[in-house]
Structure formats: C-alpha cells, structure tokens
Design a protein around this ligand. Sequence first.
Ligand SMILES: NC(=O)c1ccc[n+]([C@@H]2O[C@H](COP(=O)([O-])OP(=O)(O)OC[C@H]3O[C@@H](n4cnc5c(N)ncnc54)[C@H](OP(=O)(O)O)[C@@H]3O)[C@@H](O)[C@H]2O)c1
Length: 235
Amino acid sequence: MEKTVFITGANKGIGFGIAKHLGLCGWKVIIGARNERRAEKAIDELKSQGIDVLGWVHIELKDLDGIDKAAKEIAERYPELSLLVNNAGIPGDMSVDSQHTEISVIRETLDVNFVGTFALTKALIPLLSKNCGRIANITVPSEISPYWHPLAYVASKAAQNAMMGVMAIEFQQAGTPLEVFSVHPGPTTTDLNGNMSLPGFHDIETIGQKFAELICDGKNHQGEFIELYPIVKED
Ligand SMILES: NC(=O)c1ccc[n+]([C@@H]2O[C@H](COP(=O)([O-])OP(=O)(O)OC[C@H]3O[C@@H](n4cnc5c(N)ncnc54)[C@H](OP(=O)(O)O)[C@@H]3O)[C@@H](O)[C@H]2O)c1
C-alpha cells in the first residue's frame, strides 16, 4: 500500500505535528489548508526537516462546493491516497455556558467540525476504499464531562464521533475495504485553546509522534475510539 496521507488543518497545531511525524515515518504528505501563505510556510518547514511533501490542497470546511472540488483535485493528483486525517476544527465559543451560546456559533461549529468533515469524508470514500485506506478523526469524547463542556464544541464532536461509529458498522457490514476510527489526543497546547499550558497538557510534537506510532502499529482499528493518553481509573 502506498503511504500517502491528506491532513486537514495541517498548517499548524496538531495537524502540523501529525504531518511532521507521519512524514518522519516515511509517509508522503499532502497538506490541507485554507490559505496559501500558511500552507507554504508549513511546507517549507516540513521540507527543511526532510519530509516528502507532495503539495497542498485548499480546503475550507464551510464551503461544500469547495470540498467537492478539493476531493476531485485529490483524486486526480494523488490517486494513491490511503489515509485521510480529519483534523481541522474550531472551538466554538468556550467562554459561555449553553444558555448564552449564540445560535450562529452552534451552526458554524457544527458546519466545520461535523458537516464539512462529513462532506469531505463522503467525497473521498470511493478513492480511499479503492486503495484499502483509512480515515482517522481527531476529536474529543462524546461523554459530557462535569469539568469541561462547551456546548457547540462537544455537540459538534459528538456528531463527528457518531459519523465514525456509523461508518465503521456500515463498512464492516458491506465489506467495504476501508477502516475508520477516532483519536483523542488529550489536552494539547495550540491556538485552539489560546496556547494554554496547564499541567497535563501535551505539545504537538508528542501528539504527532504518538499518532504516527498508532498509524504504523499494523493493527486494525475499525470503529475504535482511541485515547492517545488512556485514562487510568483509580480503585
Ligand atoms: N488542542 C486540543 O487540546 C485538542 C484536544 C482534542 C482534540 N483537538 C482537536 O484537534 C484538531 C486540531 O486542533 P488544534 O488544537 O491543532 O487547533 P489549531 O491549532 O487551532 O488548528 C486548527 C486547524 O484547523 C484549521 N481550520 C480551522 N477552521 C477551518 C475551516 N473552516 N476549514 C478548514 N480548516 C480549518 C486551521 O486553519 P487556519 O490556520 O487557517 O485557521 C488550523 O489549521 C481539532 O479538530 C480539535 O478539535 C484538539
């Protein structure tokens, strides 16, 4: 199998860490970004570290027509694509409780984290299944935590997690040669959280490395929700 990956939101944050560490493991990398300047900056940095970057594809997850165009471009330019990493995402408004959350914020967060992610996944399924590929979603758990529960964000990620679970069952039942799973990196210092760096937060290098180890572990992860840092329950 060709090791070619397309990562959305790969110009910075966790997506960039994943691009770098999959690249260091021998994967050929296609950068998903919504801005040429930011894409080129990331590509320069990755190439300077010896990573084989095939190019970049414009992807704005709020633009459904653009997503279809991007999927067509990927199928034409990179017919060997075997891994899609649905990484791009937005936080919504984490500063307010649910009753003060604007409907526009709920809509935008669902549009990016779920609808756009679903549209891209759907558009790339024919290519990925032809290549017996994989789809990995970067996400958070669906269970609501008493400590942290921003409505727009957790609702959009719960929908994305449902997409993963449904597709995994459908692929298995239909014998579609395609694997889909979700990965929770745990709290990571990035722009998404204002570069918060509290005890227990990870950095994008460690997350990229652990993600690359997971991708290269040779196991089937169909339908799994994988914690990169499993929660250890005390007795
Ligand atoms: N950081 C954490 O603690 C944490 C924990 C669990 C899960 N995650 C998940 O990890 C993923 C990456 O987050 P991050 O922390 O690395 O955030 P980040 O540093 O803010 O990066 C987000 C990436 O998504 C892109 N993006 C944002 N809106 C987009 C849109 N409408 N269309 C296409 N791309 C868009 C951004 O592009 P621009 O640069 O153009 O804005 C950027 O490349 C997200 O799905 C997030 O939910 C993060």
